[in-house]
Design a protein. Structure first.
Length: 372
């Protein structure tokens, strides 16, 4: 494993005196995070001082001094800003306290809870500094980021509960994005997601932005542009139902894992099938962005004129977005390298559209890679 990968995984302490709880939590968090489990507050404080983590998760019900390590950190100037999640506290929805006088944010979550709730809370706390910087952005770009990240949370909650998505809310969250693209104000959006910890959100918002810029430049307007933006945001919804350990694996997927990863498209189909009001265009983007013109894609192996312009655009943009994203297992490629890979894919992609896409993005002057 390279240094780069070691550095990019957030370091998380789990402080809990019940071994079963520690191991359950570690199982949920192991892959995308560098997890250290600790069974008592004394050791926790010692380790916190020795090598401070990015976040601590602890249980309110600990027999050995309750959440003592939380209160000890609040009196220590070097440690007071470390965010905490306290499990077993509160009696309703997760609640975050961000009172500056008390130091870093603390999220209280009632138990029993779900893996999704914990991961969402972690990603929110770890991304707090990034999201705070959005306040400084011009209105449209700020609203795009704030509304879409909030919407992503609602989508993820609905998926976990097996409920239909609220299509209207998803579309509304993309209205500022469409306006930002119409007025060529999107650099702050593409820059603003850098360092955010919800990878599927970062990827989906970048795809929504690139697709909208692409569509706008080739003359799409109104509802068509709205479809590109919402379709981009929703294109990988099935990943919210894909196991985190496969989604965030630090390395090549094996023969068992790869079909599960590819299964995110089928998961998207199931989710969209139970969602009334999904437009045909959004369905095409979600269900056909992994197809290829020569029939070598998945899940259906569609080819040639079975794939319309929307499908062809989304497969190009999705690959470009994935190549220029930063993941724990790979750096973000610079745009020239990503464009060269798209051109090498030759008859798998519509090369006429690849050429247009390259021209559009290069002319936009936007930050095209998370490495920029
Ligand atoms: Fe996908
Ligand atoms: Fe994707």
């Amino acid at each position: 494993m390279s240094d780069r990968i070691e550095r990019s995984a957030s370091r998380i302490f789990i402080v809990d005196d019940t071994k079963k709880h520690r191991e359950e939590l570690r199982g949920v968090l192991a892959r995308p995070f560098n997890v250290v489990t600790i069974e008592d507050n004394e050791t926790a404080i010692r380790e916190l001082r020795r090598a401070p983590p990015d976040l601590v998760i602890t249980m309110e019900t600990m027999q050995t001094g309750g959440t003592g390590c939380l209160y000890d950190t609040r009196n220590d100037t070097k440690l007071r800003n470390i965010p905490f999640i306290v499990l077993g506290a509160g009696d309703g929805e997760p609640f975050t306290s961000m009172d500056d006088r008390d130091g870093g944010a603390v999220t209280f979550i009632k138990t029993p809870t779900s893996k999704n709730t914990i991961i969402t809370a972690m990603s929110g706390l770890l991304s707090h500094a990034v999201e705070n910087d959005w306040e400084e952005l011009p209105e449209l770009q700020k609203s795009t980021l704030q509304q879409t990240v909030k919407e992503f949370q609602s989508l993820s909650d609905a998926i976990e509960k097996g409920e239909p998505l609220d299509v209207q809310a998803a579309e509304e969250s993309c209205v500022p994005l469409v306006e930002a693209v119409n007025s060529h104000e999107y650099d702050g959006i593409l820059d603003g997601v850098k360092g955010h910890h919800n990878y599927t959100y970062v990827h989906s918002l970048r795809i929504a932005t690139f697709l909208s810029i692409f569509g706008h430049t080739i003359g799409m307007r109104g509802d068509d542009l709205q479809t590109l933006a919402s379709g981009g945001l929703l294109h990988d919804v099935g990943k919210m139902a894909t196991p985190q350990d496969i989604l965030n694996k630090n390395g090549k997927l094996d023969d068992r894992e790869w079909p599960v990863m590819q299964g995110h498209v089928e998961q998207s189909r199931i989710i969209l099938d139970r969602t009334p009001g999904i437009s045909a265009g959004v369905r095409i983007i979600a269900l056909q962005h992994h197809e290829k013109i020569d029939g070598s894609g998945y899940p259906l192996g569609l080819k040639d004129n079975e794939l319309n312009e929307l499908a062809r655009m989304s497969m190009i943009v999705d690959i470009f977005g994935a190549l220029t994203d930063e993941r724990s297992y790979k750096p973000a490629f610079p745009p020239e390298k990503a464009f060269a890979i798209l051109e090498d894919l030759d008859n798998k992609l519509d090369q006429g559209l690849v050429k247009v896409f390259r021209g559009v993005l290069e002319d936009s002057g936007a930050p095209l890679s998370l490495s920029d």
